[in-house]
Design a protein around this ligand. Sequence first.
Ligand SMILES: C[S@@+](CC[C@H](N)C(=O)[O-])C[C@H]1O[C@@H](n2cnc3c(N)ncnc32)[C@H](O)[C@@H]1O
Length: 382
Amino acid sequence: MNLNLKGNKMSYQSVELNYEPEKICTQITDGKNRKYSEMTLFQQAFLCGLLKEKRPNKIVELGVSAGGTTAIILTCLKEIDCSCKMYSVDISEKWYRTNQKDTGFVAKEFMHQIVGKTEHKFVLGQEIAHVIDEIGDGIDFLILDTTHSMPGEYLDFLVCLPYLKEDCVVVLHDVIENHVICRDNEIATNLLFQLVQGNKWYMKENGLETFGFSNIAAVEVKKQQNMDSLFGGLSFSWLYMLKSEKKYMELIEKHYGEQYLIQFKNILALQKYTNIRKCINAHYNMDHDFLRLKWKNEKNVFLYGAGYWAEIYSEYAKINNLSFIGYVISDEQQIVDADKPVYKLKDLPYSPEDCSFILALDRKHFSLIRKNLVDKGYYKIL
Ligand SMILES: C[S@@+](CC[C@H](N)C(=O)[O-])C[C@H]1O[C@@H](n2cnc3c(N)ncnc32)[C@H](O)[C@@H]1O
């Protein structure tokens, strides 16, 4: 069935939906897969249809959660008598929803009944960039279902691409999640779906209030891609910054070369700068530029605070060439190590008319700190 929106037939492929594995799995697990899988019956049938059609040799599932979908995939592989390797990778060792049970607990509990000829391994607690060399190349089926926010699955796909076989099937979950949950940044899998080259599967899903658009898609990925456009896609705004940039840089240099490493570093710098300004906008509660103009014209600026927010303002100052003398903390606080002098308010060697402050601490303390400063004669608060 082709997607037919407003009469225009689109040229996506369709697959024979395979509902059987979910039904069999439901009997084995007494419905736990149904309770815990984060895919709808249609999405599971789409995934199992592709597994049946392609009979892969090496599967990587990225984003496991409770393992409800993992259990269905394994049941499907058993049903089609497929001997393959499968890696279920998740950044979290504990189920991200409660942090109590293990990630993949549904599949783990019923493993001996569902595993068939599949050599299955959980790889938990690390990002894909740290484990992809251990998994190795020859991947011919990849399922991406992690954060949905940029960089998320989009960047992880670039990490995996050099390890994929020609025409590897990449299944992308939550491609319209931004509409389903109305959060604008949840576009990582859809952006990838639009930019990556290869034959594509996309089918109409009835029953959702999304006008026929389903929340799952797949691409048969060519090794030869337009890397300029794939790396270009990384310039869409990121919701979060990477914890281990170094590993990503190493892999990008190794597989894509110097030219794309430079582009990646530039993108990281751009994303960080945007992120810091977004943080300041939210914390300062006004446009960061308003603060920047005031700050530029002041002589002796201090950041009030020496923790998380002070670090953000200090980074903002660096990027914008703004100067400040140091950090001020309340008299009852302990002096901490920092890149500039830290003063208790009572020891500040500046008179009130000679200095000004930026409140760089949790907003819940603002009124108290403001009152304390004003009580002590410090009236210039930017
Ligand atoms: C939406 S859930 C996955 C749902 C699962 N595929 C299913 O169908 O039931 C997202 C999972 O991705 C994991 N995750 C988040 N960021 C990740 C990352 N960068 N790498 C790997 N896993 C990640 C979370 O811990 C969580 O278990």
